[in-house]
Design a protein around this ligand. Structure first.
Ligand code: PMV
Length: 351
C-alpha cells in the first residue's frame, strides 16, 4: 500500500504547529450507486429523500492521514496542494463535528490523496469523506462502530455513508427528521457478493463538474416537476434491486440501475434552469452500450453527477465491453472495477 504521509508532504506548513502525536491513516474506495441518492429532506443533517444502493469499487482509493496538531487552525492538503477555501471549510466543518462528539479541541492536519478523478462525478467525495471519517474518528479517539462511522461520513457527503462498507451496500433514508432521522439514516452491507459483476468505468472527462451535486440536488428538488415521480419510482427500484441482487439476476440489476440513473438525469433536465451533466460523449457511450446489448452482451449503463458513464456487466464480459467502449472514440478511457472493500485504518507494516 503506498500513501503520502503528512510528514512527507507538508513539513513547511507545520512551521507554526507542533504535532501532538495522535495520527491515523485510513483508505476508502468510491462507490457507484445502482439506485441513486438524489435530493435531501434535511440539508444540514444530510438526510436523503430516498434510500439508495451501491457497489463499492476496488479501484481509485483515497488515502487520508489525520494528525492532531497544536496550531491555530486546521491544515488541509488535497492531492498535494493546500485545499481551496470551499474544500477547506467543508473539511473544517466535518472536523468540528468530530471534535464536538469526541469532546476534543485540538486542530488537525489532514492530508488526502485521491487516485481517481476528483469532482468528476466518480464518487471522489464518497471515498474522501469515508476515509476522513475513519481516520478522524481514530485520531480523536471517538468511539464509533461501523454504523456510527457511516452516519458520521454521511455528514461530509451523503454517498460517503455507503463507502464505509464493501460490496453491495444499502443506505436507509431513515425515519423522521432531526435526531430521529439522524439515528436511522445509515448504510449497511447487504451481501449478494456472489453476483460478482464487473463495472467498466468509461472516463470521458476528468474535469471537475461545473455545478456541485449539492446545488444540483437542491435545484432539482425545488423546481423539477419530474423530481417527485422519480423519487417515488426510485423507492420501488430499491425494493426490486435488492431482490434482483439476492437472486443473482444481472440483467434485472442492470435494467433497474439504468432506468433509475436515466430517470434521475431526466428529473435534472426538467429543473429550472436545467442541469445537464450528460455530454455528447456520454450519449455516444450510451449508444455503445445499446449496441452491445443488441449484440447479446448483458451491459447496462449508469451515470452519476457528471459526464462519465459506468457500465455494469458480467466479469467474463468485461474485456469485450471495455474494448467496445474504447471503440466508441479515443475520448473514452475505460477501467474495469469489481466489488471492493470497506474503509479501513492502515496500521503497522502497511504504513
Ligand atoms: O454524496 P454526493 O453529494 O456526492 O452525491 C452523490 C450523488 C450521486 O452520485 C449522483 C448518486 C449517488 O447515490 O451516489
Amino acid at each position: 500500500m503506498t500513501f503520502t504521509s503528512a510528514s512527507d508532504i507538508d513539513a513547511d506548513r507545520l512551521h507554526d504547529t507542533e504535532v501532538i502525536g495522535d495520527e491515523a491513516v485510513a483508505v476508502a474506495h468510491p462507490n457507484i450507486a445502482l439506485v441513486k441518492y438524489w435530493g435531501k429532506r434535511d440539508e444540514s443533517l444530510f438526510l436523503p429523500v430516498t434510500g439508495s444502493l451501491s457497489m463499492t469499487l476496488d479501484i481509485y482509493p483515497t488515502t487520508t492521514t489525520v494528525r492532531l496538531i497544536d496550531g491555530p487552525a486546521d491544515v488541509v492538503m488535497l492531492n498535494g496542494s493546500t485545499a481551496a477555501p470551499e474544500a477547506h471549510s467543508r473539511v473544517e466543518r466535518f472536523l468540528d463535528l468530530v471534535r464536538t462528539r469526541a469532546g476534543r479541541t485540538e486542530h488537525a492536519m489532514v492530508v488526502s490523496t485521491n487516485t481517481g478523478p476528483t469532482g468528476a462525478g466518480l464518487a471522489s467525495s464518497a471515498s474522501g469523506f469515508a476515509a476522513l471519517a475513519t481516520a478522524a474518528a481514530a485520531a480523536y479517539q471517538l468511539d464509533a462502530d461501523p454504523r456510527a462511522l457511516s452516519r458520521l461520513a454521511r455528514r461530509g457527503s451523503g454517498s460517503a455513508s455507503r463507502s464505509i462498507f464493501g460490496g453491495f451496500v444499502v443506505w436507509h433514508a431513515g425515519a423522521g427528521d432531526g435526531p430521529a432521522g439522524d439515528h436511522t439514516s445509515y448504510a449497511e452491507p447487504i451481501g449478494g457478493d456472489a453476483l460478482d459483476p464487473a463495472l467498466v468505468v468509461a472516463v470521458v472527462d476528468n474535469a471537475s463538474k461545473a455545478v456541485s451535486s449539492r446545488e444540483a440536488m437542491r435545484r432539482t428538488c425545488a423546481t423539477s416537476p419530474f423530481y417527485r415521480p422519480w423519487a417515488d419510482s426510485s423507492a420501488i427500484d430499491l425494493v426490486e434491486m435488492r431482490k434482483a441482487i439476492a437472486r443473482q439476476d444481472l440483467p434485472a440489476v442492470g435494467e433497474i440501475a439504468e432506468r433509475n440513473a436515466l430517470g434521475m438525469h431526466a428529473s435534472m433536465l426538467a429543473a429550472r434552469p436545467a442541469i445537464r451533466y450528460l455530454s455528447p460523449q456520454s450519449i455516444a457511450v450510451l449508444d455503445g452500450v445499446l449496441a452491445l446489448r443488441a449484440d447479446g452482451v448483458a451491459a447496462y449503463a449508469t451515470i452519476d453527477a457528471g459526464p462519465n458513464v459506468t457500465v455494469l456487466c458480467a466479469r467474463a464480459d468485461a474485456q469485450r465491453v471495455a474494448a467496445a467502449l474504447r471503440a466508441v472514440g479515443d475520448f473514452v478511457d475505460p477501467r474495469t472495477a469489481h466489488l471492493g472493500p470497506g474503509a479501513a485504518l492502515i496500521t503497522g507494516a502497511d504504513r
